[in-house]
Design a protein. Structure first.
Length: 147
């Protein structure tokens, strides 16, 4: 009879742990959302890539000048239509770390990672060209950024 009580007791503990595990996965975890607005001054003289409506790889850099300061790097592929550009970008924000993005330039870019305060971050950034050159703003909706 003592052995039967031990088995039932052990079964109760296992069932309780299973219920706790199931409940912990069923409850959605919310992450904090942070917004970050940057103004980017692109150094047009740093552009290396195709001219005109020729497809090819390119890279360019610039400075973050509005709000927090830092550096900006961009590289990608310009398609032959000249209007479509797929990019990877890094926003190095002084004293905070970096945000990395990918996507089609001139719209929503996916935030694919970060360093420092932006470690484990995800989200998206809305890129808007302010013309007449390549300067733009980007407003990030970040999930998972440290405060």
């Amino acid at each position: 009879m003592g052995s039967m009580k031990k088995h039932l007791s052990l079964l109760g503990v296992v069932a309780s742990l299973a219920a706790i595990a199931a409940l912990s996965f069923a409850v959605p975890v919310t992450q904090a959302h942070d917004t970050l607005f940057l103004v980017i001054a692109v150094d047009e003289n740093s552009f290396v890539g195709p001219a005109g409506n020729v497809a090819g790889a390119f890279n360019v850099e610039g400075a973050i000048v509005g709000g927090p300061v830092g550096g900006f790097q961009c590289w990608g592929w310009i398609f032959a239509d000249g209007a479509t550009t797929n990019v990877s970008q890094v926003y190095n924000i002084a004293g905070r770390g970096a945000i990395m993005t990918q996507g089609q330039e001139g719209g929503l870019l996916a935030v694919v990672g970060g360093t420092g305060d932006f470690r484990n971050v995800s989200g998206e950034g809305l890129q808007v060209f302010t013309g007449p050159g390549f300067d733009f703003t980007i407003e990030f909706d970040l999930r998972g950024a440290r405060r």
